[in-house]
Design a protein around this ligand. Structure first.
Ligand SMILES: NC(=O)c1ccc[n+]([C@@H]2O[C@H](COP(=O)([O-])OP(=O)(O)OC[C@H]3O[C@@H](n4cnc5c(N)ncnc54)[C@H](OP(=O)(O)O)[C@@H]3O)[C@@H](O)[C@H]2O)c1
Length: 285
């Protein structure tokens, strides 16, 4: 069954594959985003902390593609939440991105110094002002997602988390699916680690694909999951886009899910929250 390029959720169409832009700077960033848009990507992920919103905005402006056809995400950095400067920081982001709105605005990480309902209220205000279509969070475990639901009336649509075959994210996935939210999978290629995995290489061989394409396909073939691989190499940008013309069987999906292990997490800075899956290993497809 061919997979749609977009995920339909809450009256929105979210492209299942986007370009991640962390570490893309200056001309490399503009060129990579331009290349991605030329190939057919319509989803770009950036963040205030990446310091490349101007370059992302420039590439989008120069692409000639209507703004409404591109799904653009940015994230408010921790400092701007902690100092109460969230709204002002988003005005600055939009100026750099050369647009009136983003499609999705996320809190980049949980922040403990400000009550959660106040952080969410700030997001809602920004949404009410029309500066973002949808709001969400990133790096939120299920306990904090539940707190948002309990303490606020916000329509949080997305949780962007690390997700690839080596990391179990079943609790977060189950939660988001139950609440009509989606997961954006970051580090979907496990920063390149997927490339040499024997199971992925074996499955890739059966489909005439690369191990990376299989990992991305495994992600987007799951309910309510979209993926944002980062690539600077034009060949990689192209390779990652060609995941809509094959399908993994139920058995292959399960085999890949079984690759998760307790040391699978790559991104775990000192300000990380208590994650959900610390004691679990493999995950169901
Ligand atoms: N919310 C958060 O806290 C958070 C945290 C981390 C990341 N993110 C987002 O998620 C995006 C993706 O995560 P990531 O950049 O950390 O890791 P990733 O996408 O898993 O891996 C990127 C690495 O894989 C390589 N690569 C890409 N396509 C390839 C291919 N087809 N064949 C071989 N190698 C390939 C890239 O090389 P080249 O660049 O040389 O092509 C790069 O070194 C980020 O860019 C960012 O937008 C969000």
């Amino acid at each position: 069954m061919p997979q749609s390029h977009t995920l339909a959720l809450r009256n929105a169409e979210i492209p299942r594959l986007g370009l991640g832009t962390w570490k893309l700077q200056g001309l490399f960033c503009t060129q990579s985003v331009s290349k991605a848009l030329e190939i057919g990507y319509r989803h770009i992920d950036t963040a205030q902390i990446y310091e490349n919103e101007s370059e992302v905005g420039q590439a989008i402006a120069e692409s000639g593609i209507r703004r409404s056809e591109i799904f653009l995400t940015t994230k408010i950095w921790i400092d701007n939440v902690a100092t109460g400067a969230a709204q002002k920081s988003v005005e600055e982001s939009l100026r750099k991105l050369k647009t009136d709105y983003v499609d999705l605005l996320l809190l980049h990480w949980p922040v403990k110094s400000i009550p959660l309902h106040k952080q969410i209220r700030a997001l809602q205000t920004i949404q009410d002002w029309g500066m973002t279509k949808m709001i969400g969070v990133s790096n939120y475990p299920t306990a904090l997602l539940q707190k948002i639901i309990d303490d606020t009336d916000a329509e949080i649509v997305c949780n962007q988390v690390e997700y690839h075959p080596f990391l179990n994210q079943k609790p977060v996935l189950d939660f988001t699916q139950r609440h009509n939210m989606f997961v954006t999978a970051y580090c979907p290629l496990a920063r390149g680690l997927v490339r040499s995995n024997p199971t992925l290489l074996n499955i890739a061989g059966h489909h005439g694909k690369s191990a990376g394409q299989v990992a991305l396909r495994w992600l987007i073939q799951q309910d309510n999951v979209v993926a944002i691989p980062k690539a600077e190499n034009p060949l990689h940008i192209d390779d990652n886009y060609h995941i809509f013309d094959f399908e993994l069987s139920k058995e292959e999906m399960a085999e890949i899910s079984a690759l998760a292990h307790p040391e699978g997490r790559i991104v775990n800075p000192e300000w990380s929250p208590k994650w959900d899956e610390e004691n679990s290993t493999s995950q169901a497809a």
